[in-house]
Design a protein around this ligand. Structure first.
Ligand code: GTP
Ligand code: MG
Length: 201
């Protein structure tokens, strides 16, 4: 797929603040600071579209982006960072869970982003459970893979498979926003998914 246009639509702070743009959604979820926003920028070839930060917990809203005026990327706020104020952490669950529930039918693909260098946390597994319970198709992405050696990468895929598990679609996929590793694989899934969604309409 060629990207002709990407634009920021809005930030939502409550599940009800849904912009209601038509078309399929691709939703990125994962812990704070794992690299969701960086991955979105790399995938779309847009440096500053999704705001990134070395400070965890930066994205505290759900951010919507419109691609080719036909489908949407949703950057969900990161979770599981202790320094984020308690009030924010408490509002996170109903917001993300509510949004997933409201848009369930429209989410063509969930991207569960996990740090390839670490063993997935309980929260990563909770997030996977939401996707499974919501019957949302998803991919498991092990990111920051540029920081791993060849052996480390093989081990990371194994760990992801044994903890988060393979998704409905594929084995865990290693990616890097820094080097672009895995982007072609992601695009082939996106082309299949979004092409298929268009054909069904
Ligand atoms: P929140 O918005 O807080 O949930 O974080 P996020 O998941 O959107 O992470 P973000 O994209 O802001 O990246 C966090 C930090 O990780 C930044 O310092 C990025 O430069 C770095 N980072 C992201 N992806 C990669 C990657 O693939 N490789 C390396 N080496 N660093 C990365
Ligand atoms: Mg972010």
């Amino acid at each position: 797929m060629k990207i002709h246009s990407c634009r920021f639509v809005c930030s939502a702070y409550r599940a009800e603040d849904d912009p209601g743009e038509p078309g399929s959604d691709v939703a990125f979820l994962g812990r704070s600071n794992v690299g969701k926003s960086s991955l979105i920028n790399r995938l779309l070839g847009t440096k500053g579209l999704a705001r990134t930060s070395s400070q965890p917990g930066r994205t505290q809203s759900v951010n919507f982006y419109r691609i080719n005026e036909s489908w949407n990327v949703i950057d969900l706020p990161g979770y599981g960072y202790a320094k984020v104020p308690l009030a924010v952490r408490e509002s996170w669950k109903p917001m993300v869970e509510g949004l997933l529930r409201r848009r369930r039918e429209r989410i063509a693909l969930g991207m569960l982003v996990v740090d390839a260098r670490h063993v997935p946390s309980r929260l990563d597994l909770t997030m996977r459970d939401w996707l499974v319970e919501g019957e949302v198709e998803y991919l498991v992405l092990g990111t920051k893979a540029d920081k791993l050696s060849g052996n480390g990468r093989a081990r990371a895929v194994r760990t992801l498979r044994e903890t988060v598990g393979a998704s409905t679609r594929s084995e865990p996929i290693l990616v890097s926003a820094k080097t672009g590793l895995g982007m072609q694989t992601l695009w082939s899934h996106l082309d299949d998914t979004l092409g298929g969604a268009r054909a069904r309409r």
